[in-house]
Design a protein around this ligand. Structure first.
Ligand SMILES: Nc1nc2c(ncn2[C@@H]2O[C@H](COP(=O)(O)OP(=O)(O)OP(=O)(O)O)[C@@H](O)[C@H]2O)c(=O)[nH]1
Ligand SMILES: [Mg+2]
Length: 325
């Protein structure tokens, strides 16, 4: 069979249920996509980041425009792999704008990431926000018909392409999207019109992101605009977020949590040992910085200090200059 799955791009096959691409009968999508779309059932993919680097190298053989999609709620520690592997012109697309406070300015968010790119745009696929500007920039910077869409897994590449199909073509969106990592398994070519073919690609896995924990992903990912939670710190205290994070902070500070508001936040003033069994990180924070707990959100700290954070083993914690200040 020489057909690709419309949902994830994998080559379809009828030989083995246990291999990717298995399809029953004449369907256009594989069993994995079918189960994911209809029952939310997830089958872990065998793809790894070396497959991913092969794809970047192939893109680098072309001169085509690359759309680098980054998730504003879950900005990664760096995007070096993309920037270092690609000499193509890059259009930076910051998506999931709907999750960050509406009151904050797009201009400030746009100036936050200092990446080598021809232009930048902020969008929300969920709210269909700023897509006219996105398509205008794609058409302005495209060097040939093909435009590749790359980024980390789960950052919203396929959802963005589906929205472009919905807005600017006369076909229906068919790419599988999900809140679980590695949904797209292979390149998928989508013709928007005679002049523009968008190519979706599998995302780069982010090691240490809490989203790699399939049982937690639904709990931690926000579904709507985050309401920041700000606290004045006068005396030494502890914050607990569900059973996922413990944060110890000393006095004279001001901190703001940007996390899914459905998570349970507790503030304790007395000495206690809650969640001290989790992995401990002692972090020196500069003035006006964020502590990022990968995939879970970020905490803005106003004044330089030392903070102790406990979180799940293997979850990456890092600091950066404050995204929202
Ligand atoms: N709130 C919000 N969620 C979004 C937006 N765009 C995508 N998502 C969600 O983000 C999750 C991942 O979306 P996908 O489009 O599957 O991500 P991807 O980058 O294609 O992921 P891979 O195929 O695994 O590389 C899904 O749960 C989407 O619904 C957005 O603009 N706002
Ligand atoms: Mg995808």
């Amino acid at each position: 069979m020489n057909k690709k799955c419309l949902g994830c791009g994998i080559n379809l096959q009828t030989d083995s249920k246990n291999r990717e691409g298995y399809v029953i009968g004449e369907h256009d999508i594989c069993e994995r996509c079918h189960r994911l779309k209809n029952y939310g059932d997830y089958q872990v993919s065998t793809k790894n980041n070396s497959d991913f680097i092969n794809i970047l190298n192939q893109i680098n053989q072309t001169k085509s425009l690359v759309v680098l999609v980054v998730d504003l709620f879950d900005l990664k520690e760096n995007y070096d792999l993309f920037i270092n592997h690609l000499q193509n012109p890059i259009l930076l697309v910051m998506t999931k704008r709907d999750l960050l406070p509406r009151s904050y300015s797009d201009t400030k968010l746009l100036s936050y990431l200092d990446l080598k790119c021809v232009d930048k745009v902020i969008v929300s696929s969920k709210k269909n926000y700023n897509f006219d500007s996105l398509i205008e920039k794609i058409r302005k910077y495209q060097t040939d018909k093909q435009v590749y869409v790359v980024g980390y897994t789960n950052d919203g590449k396929s959802t963005l392409i589906n929205k472009l199909i919905y807005n600017y073509s006369d076909t229906l969106p068919t790419i599988t999207t999900s809140h679980l990592p590695s949904t797209t398994l292979n390149n998928i070519e989508i013709k928007l019109d005679d002049d523009l073919v968008m190519i979706d690609t599998p995302g780069l896995l982010d090691e240490g992101n809490i989203e790699n924990n399939f049982d937690l992903i639904k709990t931690v990912l926000p579904q709507k605009e985050i309401k920041p939670l700000t606290y004045q710190i006068k005396v030494k205290q502890t914050f607990l977020i569900n059973d996922l994070v413990r944060l110890d902070i000393d006095r004279d500070n001001n901190i703001t949590f940007y996390i899914n508001n459905s998570l349970k936040m507790e503030r304790l003033y007395k000495e206690n040992t809650h969640l001290k069994n989790l992995e401990k990180h002692v972090i020196d924070v500069q003035n006006n910085s964020d502590i990022v707990i990968s995939g879970l959100g970020f905490i803005r700290i106003k004044k330089a200090c030392q903070i102790t954070i406990y979180t799940l083993k293997g979850v990456k914690v890092f600091t950066r200059k404050a995204l929202i200040s």
